[in-house]
Design a protein around this ligand. Structure first.
Ligand code: BGP
Length: 476
């Protein structure tokens, strides 16, 4: 990449790292915590069964926060495990669960690291799933409200930045992958009902945060995959816009404008879909005024016209980590995704496209004029410790440098961005590849096959990032 500008970052820019509870903590059945669907899911997706450890951050949190502080980090984005706070149907709060997060938050504050906390990051408690049929039953709305209120009351004196639901759009678009399409045969219709219930939970969290956290700010965290038209054929441009609507924009419009947009209402009408919007629902959503957008971005996609006569084809993600195993979807009459000849890809066929970062920030700023914080962005890789005892990850450094440069350009373009929290600070469980797909600045010594000593080994990228952070983005 050719760097012809010198990007400047605002004072107090939050330089951090990111994680989620089930991917980093381990201790899945310790101190009162019960299982979440993701705990079960990682067990079935991973090649060995004893994966209750993840990065064992539950037992190493002090050491991990110290590493963050030594790197000069000023923020840390993590999520809270619902099943650790409310482990069962009797709904007594788990004091040990509160204690763990209180300790973690206090440790962060001790080093002036700003906590940014996600209320829900994919990890549906098994007991909620049994009781309410996961996100399908409206009973979850009051449970979610109760859980979110507990977090705001308990931690809101110290945590001022909150995120409601991680990547709601991805959970709906990849319902099978992320385990929320409990009834796959009817998912195409059900997903809009499920999505509506998630919108109501998001709204409950936003309203409760403003009520209970003095000076608290809260936003959603969509997963963003900017979509380019394959060519300047006008039909490809509309295909790209259709793909953007169906995977991102309808969610962002709802969060920012607090109503469903015309595109999705027309889609429901044309396809005879009833999202089960009940009296009072839109009033609730109407009150959920967000303060900012949290944004996750790893890659871009490219869309092309797809005739209504084509046969529908599903997205098949690359789950093997060997290039060439992804199949793009076809949505007849709407769009099809295709390979972009201008960008390289990772071993999982994810596009390596730093410009997507600038595109996303420009797009969201132009549409919504709300402050933005990057909550995920990173490079997944097969990695091992070298003979010199170090972990050399030049590809990650290159990836991050290019991405951060584009964040700087977007800021120069006038976008209001207040932080960068890449995925991830520590190596942690990938959604489908366990520890085989590593993202961290810090290596965790364990594998999918063997439980090792969980030693923390800062990678080359850790030292590079630390230098960048300490210079507020000057030494990039
Ligand atoms: C995001 C999720 C994260 C994380 C990341 C990387 O969409 O919010 O939880 O897993 O993607 O994905 P993967 O682990 O599949 O490589």
């Amino acid at each position: 990449m050719f760097y012809n500008h010198d990007p400047k970052f605002p004072d107090n820019f939050l330089w951090g790292g990111s994680s989620s509870s089930w991917q980093v903590e381990g201790a899945v059945e310790e101190d009162g915590k019960t299982l979440s669907l993701m705990d079960l899911n990682t067990r079935t997706k991973k090649p060995y069964t004893d994966d209750t450890f993840a990065s064992d951050n539950y037992h190493h949190y002090k050491e991990d926060v110290k590493l963050m502080a030594d790197a000069g980090m000023t923020s840390y984005r993590f999520s809270i495990s619902w099943a650790r706070i409310y482990p069962s149907k009797d709904c007594q709060v788990n004091k040990k669960g509160l204690e763990f997060y209180n300790n973690l938050i206090n440790e962060l504050i001790k080093y002036n690291i700003t906590p940014i906390v996600t209320v829900y990051h994919y990890d549906m408690p098994v007991w909620i799933d049994k009781e309410y049929d996961g996100w399908y039953g409206r009973g979850i709305i009051d449970e979610f409200d109760k859980y979110a209120r507990t977090l705001f009351k308990e931690f809101g004196d110290r945590v001022k930045y909150w995120l409601s639901i991680n990547e709601q759009n991805m959970q709906i678009c990849y319902g099978d992958w992320l385990g929320i399409d409990k009834h796959p045969d009817t998912w195409l219709e059900d997903k809009w009902k499920v999505n509506h219930i998630m919108n109501l939970c998001h709204a409950k969290a936003v309203i409760a945060c403003h009520e209970l956290v003095p000076g608290g700010k809260i936003g959603p965290v969509p997963g963003y995959v900017p979509i380019y038209p394959y060519s300047c054929d006008p039909k490809d441009q509309i295909a790209a816009m259709n793909a953007e609507e169906m995977t991102e924009k309808i969610w962002d419009d709802l969060y920012a404008h607090r109503k469903y947009n015309g595109f999705i209402k027309s889609y429901w009408r044309e396809n005879n879909i009833d999202p089960d919007i009940r009296p009072g629902d839109m009033e609730l959503i109407g009150k959920a005024n967000i303060d900012f957008f949290g944004l996750n971005c790893y890659r871009s996609n490219t869309a092309k016209y797809c005739s209504p006569d084509e046969k529908e084809e599903p997205y098949e993600l690359n789950k093997s980590g060997k290039k060439g195993n992804l199949k793009f979807p076809k949505v007849p009459g709407m769009y099809q995704l295709v390979e972009n000849p201008y960008v390289d890809t990772t071993d999982w066929d994810w596009e390596i496209d730093p410009v997507a970062m600038r595109y996303m920030l420009r797009y969201v700023w132009d549409h919504y004029q709300l402050p933005m914080v990057i909550c995920e962005n990173g490079f997944g890789e097969h990695e091992i410790v070298s003979e010199d005892g170090k972990v050399h990850d030049p590809e990650r450094i290159k990836f991050m440098r290019d991405q951060i440069y584009q964040v700087g350009l977007a800021i120069q373009d006038g976008c209001k961005v207040f932080g960068y929290n890449p995925w991830s600070f520590l190596d942690l469980l990938s959604t489908g590849n366990g520890m085989s797909k590593r993202y961290g600045f810090v290596f965790i010594n364990t594998t999918d096959k063997d439980k090792l000593d969980f030693k923390r080994i800062p990678k080359d990228s850790y030292y590079w990032y630390s230098d960048l952070v300490k210079s507020n983005g000057e030494n990039w």
